[in-house]
Ligand binder design. Structure first.
Ligand code: FES
Length: 151
């Protein structure tokens, strides 16, 4: 996978490319680190605060390094009807993190997403892309405990 500098070299130093640059960096690193902010600001010859301004404006950008396991709770229509908010609460209670947060050990991140494309299994979560469906509290906690043991 190319590094940040190699990626930036493919973009003209036009400010209109700033968002594209941030998207590409996030694709490589999974988030936008302080180092990446500085590198991007150097490349486009703009102050870091200007890069931060763009980052805070667009919700798509993550400033915190995601955990080893990213738990995506589906809140599409089918899952919503089947209790996705309860599922999110069970996860929050068990791991002590809310939507958009990562635990202090950097193991789990929690996010809410739109339909994961397997509505017949609602309610559904995915962990690093692996889908778990037809969840009730017992089944969900069993899965979470397994991941916690793997650490
Ligand atoms: S709504 Fe959850 S998988 Fe489609």
């Amino acid at each position: 996978m190319p590094g940040i500098n190699a990626t930036l070299q493919n973009l003209d130093k036009e400010k209109s490319n700033l968002i594209k640059a941030l998207q590409q960096v996030q694709e490589i690193e999974g988030f936008i680190s302080d180092t990446a902010v500085q590198t991007i600001s150097d490349y486009f010859v703009i102050p870091p605060v200007e890069v931060e301004g763009v980052l805070s404006f667009y919700a798509q950008f993550k400033r915190i390094k995601p955990g080893k396991y990213i738990i995506s709770v589906c809140d599409g229509t089918a899952c919503h009807i089947k209790g996705s908010s309860l599922v999110a609460n069970w996860i929050s209670d068990f791991l002590g993190i809310k939507d958009g947060e990562t635990d202090k050990d950097g193991v789990f991140s929690l996010e809410t997403v739109a339909c994961l494309g397997c509505c017949s299994l609602a309610p559904v979560v995915s962990i690093n892309g692996k889908v778990f469906g037809n969840l009730d509290r017992r089944k969900l906690l069993k899965v979470l405990k397994q991941y916690k043991q793997m650490g």
